[in-house]
Design a protein around this ligand. Structure first.
Ligand SMILES: Nc1ncnc2c1ncn2[C@@H]1O[C@H](COP(=O)(O)OP(=O)(O)OP(=O)(O)O)[C@@H](O)[C@H]1O
Length: 652
């Protein structure tokens, strides 16, 4: 390897033959995570959702009204509908294959791309059924069409033979899929009757035009083994059932349905139900085209916007001045909501469709719900008043909590033994405050003058802090610089560390633009990375970017971060009169307060770099820290001298 690097020749074993092209359904088996979000229990249950969603799409499109789901003793599952049946005629693009085989053995084959066969479908990528096929050791698909019954069998995505006619089906139509999940992929995970039961029941609530029958050969002692779900009352009934005997502020939920075609001249609709209760935490369950969206998305955003604007407007109407303090956060505490929308060509994030991304959905849902909510509040003043009072109380509680926290900070600050050299800011709340950690001697004076006293504090460090990677943990607590820093931050060290006690919003490392400065910044970042990691994760740690040069030409002046920037200005000129005067700042201390403020400290003109951790490469970050701060000084020296001006690229 080393020789190859030196001679510049590539090793022989990395060439075109190293580049694999996965064909057919191979990628699904190789990388199931990409298609169903993993190989765990959740992913396993997602297989049923993929097949069931296809039957639901048939129902929502008006072609089926009955679906059956059966869990067998060997943990295989059958899903049957009375829809049109997957097409079985030869596919025009692949005349020797049936459409069914193309659908089940090819990614991105489906009837939901153009919106002709389905208007508002949960399916859209044309991969669901083929993914289930690829991840099942057996899969049997039967289609009853034109009074005939057809069947094709598969194993791990490969057809075991062509499609065959297996009998007559004079009184039947629709699709039946039976599959057994492959243990090579899902290991010991098995379907849980309770989990399937719950998700199937919620599907039935989402579309009142369908009846879903459930049957299970597995008895888990709590889940019914037979059930029929049909809910003409839709989401309103679902919410009442979910809330059970909990007391609520409105006797009946605020619920309704709006067809988009009537209001906005586009296909689709939204259905919703919400009520508020003092007896449990609030929740929102949202769906798009019957697909659950546990991470929410634009339809949820539109819904909350309508409710928030509605309740505030009602508050104004009844002269409740505090209503304008209500925020979305208050609506959700104690607010239990179900929202289900149907739109054409929805955009989800990922194949598991956990979040809706279609922007249009926010507008459609908000405008549909808003009028109804206004009318509902006006018509039922008893419920409206109770809800408004409850929400105002929530808002007041939230504000009180915030105030308490602020006073706690004030008193804590008073009680706190702050390090003598800390130049604190005067703000009594944490909001908007910044602590600059500066290289002691060089920056102290000018930084003091350059700062905004109200919200910018300074902690001058004398020389280099302890290298925490090499140090024993006992040494940390007794190190003066580290103890000053920890005290100034207010967060405590080791087991006492608590990010909630942090006294500043931003902690900014401001060191000289030279090798020593880079080293100090690296030591500090290592300290935060290893001892106070949440400071980085929660976005509190920053690097200041002081300039290295000041160029002056007559009355014109610019600051340059590095040689390259200087070269550009020298070339094009500053636009002033006479020759360009270049001064190089050897340290922050050399800059006068005005320069330092303008270039490095004033939020209006400075540049800051937020220290982040590359989530994809946590191992690498650890490696780099070890390389920089570990036991091998030669590696550290090499890295720092190569990167002294570019510490910001560390991205520790
Ligand atoms: N039960 C069914 N009845 C009728 N047609 C079906 C049925 N199941 C699947 N199909 C047809 O097979 C196509 C492919 O289904 P598949 O589940 O692979 O993808 P999809 O539903 O189109 O999209 P997604 O990958 O988002 O689920 C569907 O678009 C539909 O045309």
């Amino acid at each position: 390897m080393a020789n190859d690097l030196l001679t510049g020749t590539a090793p022989d074993d990395y060439n075109a033959s190293s580049i694999e092209v996965l064909e057919g359904l191979e990628p699904v088996r190789k990388r199931p995570g990409m298609y169903i979000g993993g190989t765990d229990e959740r992913a396993l249950h997602h297989l049923v959702a993929e097949v069931l969603d296809n039957s639901m799409d048939e129902a929502v499109a008006g072609h089926a009204n009955r679906i059956e789901v059966e869990l067998h003793e060997d943990y295989s599952v059958t899903i049957r509908d009375n829809g049109r049946g997957i097409p079985i005629d030869p596919h025009p693009k692949f005349p020797d294959k049936s459409a069914l085989e193309v659908i089940l053995c090819t990614l991105h084959a489906g009837g939901k791309f153009s919106g002709k066969a389905y208007q508002t479908s949960g399916g859209l990528h044309g991969v669901g059924a083929s993914v289930v096929n690829a991840l099942s050791d057996t899969m049997v698909v039967q289609v009853a069409r034109n009074k005939e019954l057809y069947e094709q069998r598969f194993s791990r995505g490969i057809p075991l033979g062509p499609i065959q006619k297996v009998g007559a089906a004079p009184n039947r139509r629709g699709t039946t899929v039976t599959f057994h999940a492959d243990e090579q992929i899902f290991g010991h995970h098995r379907f849980k009757p309770a989990r399937l039961f719950k998700s199937i029941r919620s599907k039935a609530y989402l579309f009142s035009g369908v009846e879903i029958r459930w049957k299970s050969a597995i008895n888990d002692g709590e889940t019914p083994q037979d059930a029929v779900f049909h809910f003409p009352g839709g989401l309103s009934d679902y919410l009442s059932e979910t809330l059970g005997t909990a007391s609520t502020y409105a006797d009946r939920p605020f619920a309704g349905t709006v067809e988009f075609s009537e209001k906005f001249n586009v296909p689709g609709k939204v259905e919703w139900a919400i009520n508020w209760t003092p007896s449990r935490d609030g929740f929102i369950q949202s769906y798009c085209n019957t697909v659950p969206t546990p991470e929410g998305g634009t339809h949820e955003a539109g819904f909350w916007a309508a409710i928030l604007k509605g309740i505030r407007a009602y508050g104004e109407l009844v002269n409740n001045r505090k209503a304008k303090e209500i925020t979305r956060e208050d609506l959700i505490t104690g607010g239990c909501a179900l929202v289900s929308c149907f739109i054409s060509e929805p955009e989800f994030v990922g194949q598991t469709k956990d979040r809706l991304a279609t922007m249009e959905a926010a507008r459609l849902v908000e405008n549909s719900v808003r009028d109804h909510f206004d009318n509902w509040l006006a018509a039922d003043t008893k419920s409206a008043g109770a809800i408004l009072d409850f929400l105002v109380l929530r808002a007041e509680e939230r504000l009180r909590r915030r105030q308490e926290k602020e006073t706690q900070r004030k008193t804590a600050t008073k009680k706190l033994r702050l390090p003598g050299k800390l130049v604190d800011c005067t703000s009594s709340t944490r909001e908007g405050t910044e602590l600059f950690i500066v290289e002691g001697d060089s920056a102290g004076g000018s930084a003091k003058m350059a700062r905004d006293r109200k919200n910018q504090a300074l902690l001058p460090l004398r020389g280099k802090i302890l290298n925490v990677l090499g140090a024993a943990s006992g040494k940390l607590g007794s190190n003066q610089e580290i103890s000053d820093l920890t005290q100034a931050l207010g967060v405590g060290l080791g087991t006492k560390f608590n990010i909630d006690d942090l006294r500043y919003d931003k902690v900014i490392i401001m060191t000289d633009a030279d090798v020593d400065g880079a080293h100090i910044a690296a030591l500090l970042m290592t300290f935060f990375f290893t001892q106070m990691r949440p400071m980085i994760d929660k976005g509190h740690l920053y690097l200041a970017c002081p300039p290295l040069f000041r160029l002056t030409q007559g009355a014109k002046r610019v600051y340059c971060i590095d040689e390259a920037e200087k070269a550009i200005w020298l070339e094009k000129g500053l636009g002033g009169k006479g020759k360009i005067d270049v001064s190089r700042f050897k340290g922050l201390g050399e800059m006068d307060a005005k320069d330092l403020k303008e270039t490095t400290m004033d939020p209006a003109s400075r540049k800051l770099i937020r220290v982040t951790i590359d989530e994809d490469e946590p191992g690498e970050t650890g490696d780099l820290v070890e390389r920089l701060m570990g036991k091998k000084p030669e590696l550290r020296f090499q890295y720092i001298s190569e990167n002294a001006r570019f510490v910001e690229e560390l991205d520790v």
